[in-house]
Write a protein that binds this ligand. Structure first.
Ligand code: F6R
Length: 606
């Protein structure tokens, strides 16, 4: 889980563009960063612990000379996040530089062998074996390209690599196996990078590499080879439609706040999905013997809601499973008659991809919902839906969550219609409600943001929070709790409100804030009783409900009123004040909401 970028250009110094690209990749990790360039037979390296901007100020990464180079931003897996372990890594002679995203499983065996052969290692990373292995292969008489080919054959694991050397100073080699890697085709320059958005400032023509492919780039050409026999493969670039400004903060203090506010617009894109793909998906779901919804973190919360909607609207049973638990818990039941609906905003989450790989090996059908075009999920799915929420840079998922929900509503609606489980009246009402959702979210933002800021001021010193909801509001409670704890580091618990009396209620004492999600739906009357139970034990009651709901207001210490909404769609607006509460709390506590400690945007490790 790191970001890599490489550039080989006909003229000029590439370091400034490498640094620019790195900034787009920081959501993938920000423990350390570094750049290596080649000029006049010398590899120039600058790298350090910390974030790109700080290192740039301290060391001037972009002052490195040379028209070819690679760069890296790191999320540590092997070796502490310090300067020595920062990428790029080089061989004994400093003639080869490598950046790497992923894990090399057999690095220790290779390292021991190379140490015996006299190589001296500087870092504790798995990556460093790569330049040394290439060096060793070159000692035995191979040229640079063949030495890389032979080295790659030996590596076991998941990796994307960018490699430059003094031996061929106009050749950048990159390799993709399980970790993402995209080529960019520019005018008199070629690029490789971990994602498309980091290439957007330079080119809109990209080539998506598949697993087991290696590319040799020069300023004006790219050649693609397939592992393990290195047969040549022709691939034509595709055009991508992303704007540079989409990836900047647009005046907001943090990406997270910007992305929360982008939700009405993002949703208006998502609700215009092509029916063709939704129909294809609904058809495949309908034909399956069993359906599993597989996802991690926030996407799993969307999956819980999706499961509920498919059951209610289409009478389809879809079992939501946390991706890392899927193979152990359900692996034995997966067959050609199973369908896996994988939800992953990045499309690269390792646990999700592993579950899919397993399910594919048992001939199951894979469907994907993702926000990243050309991500691995889009390539391994029989049908995928691109949710079109726009790039999400803040580590905490916000607009991609509501976007996932908007896809799932449309999917459940179409499945319900095809299976004849919804009356024309219900269909019309739901369609109208979905189309109205951007407006409802816009109004929710306007009405609740100032209040959520005040509540954050009032409660930010609390040591613990509880979030409760029933039915569709239970996953909303889970998501509100995840947002708060991951960016403010305040411990919190989320439970189905009815289950709270079976244990969690023992945590309640005078003043403990309990947040109830209570839209006007079939569960509301039971939630009222749960509020009474908590109140009787001294909890401070904070509720989210429909504006003007007197009963709720009377029971609450603080009440957040939201515009009326179709109960099926309530999770979309109701999660918004919780995102805002988490955001304001984190900021008040002096945390960086865009870069919570120990987390990364795209989790590509086990
Ligand atoms: C929480 C968050 C994570 C992700 C999880 C899955 O705010 O962002 O919990 O939801 O890592 O990521 P994707 O959706 O990319 O598979």
């Amino acid at each position: 889980m790191c970001g890599i970028i490489g550039i080989v250009a006909k003229i000029g110094n590439v370091a400034p563009d490498l640094v620019k690209g790195l900034k787009y990749l920081e959501y993938r990790g920000y423990d350390s960063a570094g750049v290596a360039t080649v000029e006049d037979g010398v590899i120039h390296v600058k790298k350090d612990k910390g974030m790109v901007d700080d290192i740039e100020k301290r060391m001037g990464l972009s002052s490195l000379p040379g028209s070819i180079g690679v760069a890296h931003t790191r999320w540590a897996t092997h070796g502490a996040p310090d300067q020595v372990n920062a990428h790029p890594h080089t061989d004994c002679e400093n003639k080869i530089a490598v950046v790497h995203n992923g894990i090399i499983n057999n690095f220790n065996d290779i390292k021991q062998r190379l140490i015996k052969a006299g190589h001296i290692f500087k870092s504790l990373t798995d990556t460093e074996v790569v330049p040394h292995l290439i060096e060793e292969n070159m000692k035995s008489g191979l040229d640079f390209k063949s030495a890389v080919f032979e080295a790659v054959k030996e590596l076991d694991g998941s990796f994307a690599l960018g490699i430059v050397s003094v031996y061929e100073p106009d050749t950048l080699i990159c390799v993709k196996k399980e970790s993402p890697l995209i080529l960019g085709v520019g005018k008199d320059a070629m690029y490789c990078a971990s994602d498309v958005s980091s290439l957007v400032p330079f080119t809109k023509k990209v080539v998506v590499l598949d697993d087991g492919e290696l590319a040799v780039l020069t300023p004006t050409s790219y050649e693609i080879y397939r592992l393990p026999d290195f047969s040549r493969k022709d691939k034509t670039p595709i055009k991508i439609d992303l704007k540079v400004e989409d990836a900047f903060k647009s005046g907001y203090p943090h990406y997270m706040l910007k992305e929360i506010y982008e939700q009405p617009t993002a949703l208006s894109y998502t609700i215009r999905l092509q029916e063709h793909y939704l129909n294809l998906m609904a058809d495949l779901l309908d034909r399956s013997k069993e359906i599993y919804i597989v996802a991690a973190g926030t996407s799993y919360h969307a999956g819980l809601i999706g499961s509920y909607l498919l059951s209610k609207m289409a009478r389809l049973v879809a079992i939501p499973v946390i991706a890392s638990e899927f193979i152990t818990s359900y692996g034995d039941t997966v067959s050609v008659e199973s369908t896996i609906l994988a939800i992953s905003q990045s499309g690269e989450t390792y646990d999700v991809l592993k579950a899919i790989e397993y399910a594919k090996s048992r001939a199951a059908t894979i469907l994907g919902i993702t926000n990243v075009l050309a991500s691995t999920l889009t390539r391994v799915s029989r049908v995928y839906i691109h949710q079109q929420s726009g790039p999400e840079i803040g580590v905490a998922a916000t607009k991609t969550f509501t976007g996932q929900l908007a896809v799932l509503y449309q999917l459940a609606l179409i499945a319900g219609k095809r299976r004849g489980k919804l009356s024309q009246r219900e269909l019309d009402d739901l369609k109208e409600a979905i189309h109205d959702i951007p407006r409802v979210v816009e109004e929710t933002l306007k009405k609740t943001d100032p209040l959520m800021k005040k509540l954050a001021e009032k409660y930010c010193k609390s040591k613990f929070f509880m979030f409760l909801g029933r039915g569709l509001s239970y996953p909303v409670a889970l998501e509100g709790r995840l947002k708060l704890l991951e960016i403010s580091y305040i411990p919190a618990l989320a439970y189905p409100a009815g289950e709270s009396k079976h244990g969690p209620i023992s945590l309640i004492e005078e003043g403990v804030p309990v947040i109830f999600i209570a839209p006007r739906d079939e569960t509301r009357k039971y939630v009222l009783s749960n509020i009474e139970e908590m109140k009787a034990r001294g909890a401070t009651i904070i509720t989210l409900g429909e504006e003007g709901d007197k009963e709720l207001m009377e029971l609450s210490d603080d009440f957040i009123g939201l515009p009326p909404v179709n109960p099926y769609l309530a999770p979309i607006p109701y999660v918004v004040p919780l995102q805002l509460f988490a955001y304001h709390t984190a900021v008040l506590l002096g945390r960086d909401p865009d870069r919570p400690r120990n987390l990364a945007k795209s989790v590509t490790v086990l």
